[in-house]
Ligand binder design. Structure first.
Ligand code: A2P
Length: 288
């Protein structure tokens, strides 16, 4: 299965389909899952400091036998590493844990606190060749308008919750005007049963001889998203990739566009979210 790539606003090419490692434990499972994804032909791996599995992701990439330049690796800076100096150290810590010379993409994982300071450190790391592309995550229009005008470099991506029930139309319009790519997390609504059984999606699935998940993922790709569906089931890991051999027509796309509820499972603007996330855990607890 040939996975397509797109070019980001800084000229960096990224495969539109990746393997996400959120909630995969670092007990050997992450190593195994990443090796399996690479064996299946995936060349884009998404991790984060806050997933606590960068070591195993790096090891899997290094031991895969695939040339480093053929794999696209994303990681993300966590809240305790925001501010200019902390971010400089955070970037070095990611590279150290991954045991890699560079990361392809590095994101501001949650948009709270001294984001502009962290961004400056990321811009410098990019200039120094430690990161090829820099982006943000979980930015709503309100958060975007608060931070992005302060940045010298426009982000290459905004990684946000995205699926047919949560289409993020307002922020996507802002991003489109700024030339910023959508990366969608939760592309299957984190296993949203209602969405996977939606009559409109099932009807379209029947026409294409595909399953509901494949229709959902294909819709997202055609909307311009870069996606990382998650599954622990080997058959679904494979079938979720089989979305490059058919096309949804305009009528089908429009029908799915109508399914938007305007809401997702995470509202980054909700009161208390920043405090909750910063207090949820400390990514450096084991170093203290
Ligand atoms: P499982 O691991 O049993 O396959 P998301 O990528 O939006 O976070 O969603 C992940 C969830 O969706 C997981 O619970 C996963 O369960 C489920 N899932 C993944 N692929 C499929 C599929 N093809 N059909 C139904 N559920 C799926």
């Amino acid at each position: 299965m040939k996975i397509e790539t797109v070019t980001l606003n800084d000229g960096v090419k990224i495969p539109v389909y990746g393997f996400g490692t959120y909630q995969i434990p670092a007990d050997g499972s992450t190593y195994k899952a990443v090796r399996e994804a690479l064996d299946l032909g995936v060349r884009h791996i998404d991790t984060a400091v806050a997933y606590f599995n960068e070591q195993e992701v790096g090891q899997a990439i290094r031991e895969s036998g695939i040339p480093r330049e053929n794999i696209f690796l994303t990681s993300k800076l966590w809240l305790q590493d925001y501010g200019y100096e902390a971010a400089q150290k955070g970037i070095e810590a990611s590279l150290r844990k991954l045991k890699l010379d560079y990361m392809d993409l590095y994101l501001i994982h949650q948009p709270y606190g001294d984001v502009p300071g962290a961004w400056k450190a990321m811009e410098e790391a990019k200039a120094a060749g430690k990161i090829r592309s820099i982006g943000v995550s979980n930015m709503t229009p309100k958060i975007w308008n608060n931070f992005v005008p302060q940045f010298a470099t426009i982000p290459s991506v905004n990684q946000i919750e995205f699926n047919p029930y949560c289409q993020q139309k307002k922020i996507r319009k802002i991003m489109e005007e700024a030339g910023v790519r959508l990366e969608g997390w939760g592309p299957l609504g984190q296993g949203n049963k209602a969405m996977l059984a939606d009559p409109i999606i099932k009807e379209i699935a029947k026409i294409h001889n595909k399953d509901a998940a494949q229709i959902i993922l294909r819709f997202e790709l055609q909307e311009g998203a870069i996606i990382f569906p998650k599954s622990t089931n080997p058959e679904r890991i494979k079938s979720n990739m089989e979305i490059f051999d058919f096309i949804l027509n305009d009528e089908e796309m429009n029908k799915i566009r109508m399914l938007d509820t305007g809401r997702g499972c995470h509202d980054p603007n909700a009161p208390g979210v920043a405090e909750f996330l910063i207090n949820a855990f400390d990514v450096h607890a084991d170093e203290k």
